[in-house]
Write a protein of this length. Structure first.
Ligand code: IMP
Ligand code: MG
Length: 180
């Protein structure tokens, strides 16, 4: 698996150290509030598990599943919600967790949907943020690492559902990415 990477961007110790920092920041920011974490499956699973265990606050956890990608490396416009009922977020302080902020369409759609239920607040936390012009106006409040416009895998991020279990984050060799 590791051989399929062109290069490693963030190794395990680097990720771990950064999670300590973000978790400390979130813990301080939500000290007097009751946090409701909503994780976007499947990409944020590993990030979520490692991050939440570093946050010693009472919190609730829900997961959401949306489809916006269809297995390739280019996002398409539509975001489809996979479950019928959304988590109840009325009067709650919500922290949305996702693996990566790319076009912004996914998190923008989720945020809008959640806001219909009148939460007290909604903040966004992503492991990675691509430095690109976004199609949808989303700003993350907590960001693990900024990256360029490259396709990355590992630590929850996939290419056609593979590589999620790589412990590091790296750039996939371009010849492995199907054209089109
Ligand atoms: P969006 O374009 O911001 O809506 O991102 C949607 C989803 O695309 C993310 O949650 C990821 O699952 C996926 N994605 C975007 N960029 C990458 C990447 O570089 N590697 C793997 N998945 C990605
Ligand atoms: Mg994905």
């Amino acid at each position: 698996m590791q051989d399929d990477l062109q290069r490693v961007l963030f190794d395990e110790p680097t990720i771990s150290h950064r999670l300590d920092q973000i978790a400390a920041q979130i813990t301080a920011d939500y000290r007097d509030r009751e946090l409701t974490v909503i994780a976007v499956l499947n990409g944020s699973l590993i990030f979520m598990a490692d991050l939440l265990r570093r946050i010693p606050l009472p919190l609730k956890l829900d997961c959401l599943s949306v489809a916006s990608y269809h297995g390739g490396t280019k996002a398409v416009g539509e975001v489809v919600f996979r479950q019928v009922a959304l988590p109840d977020v009325q009067d709650r302080d919500v922290l949305l967790l996702d693996d990566i902020l790319d076009s912004g369409r996914t998190l923008d759609a989720i945020r809008r949907k959640l806001e219909e239920a009148e939460p007290l607040s909604v903040r966004v936390c992503v492991l990675l943020e691509k430095k690109i012009l976004r199609a949808a106006p989303v700003k993350a409040d907590y960001i693990g690492f900024e990256i360029g416009n490259e396709f990355v895998v590992g630590y929850g991020l996939d290419y056609m559902e593979h590589y999620r279990n790589l412990p590091c984050i790296g750039v996939l060799r371009t010849e492995l990415i199907a054209q089109g």
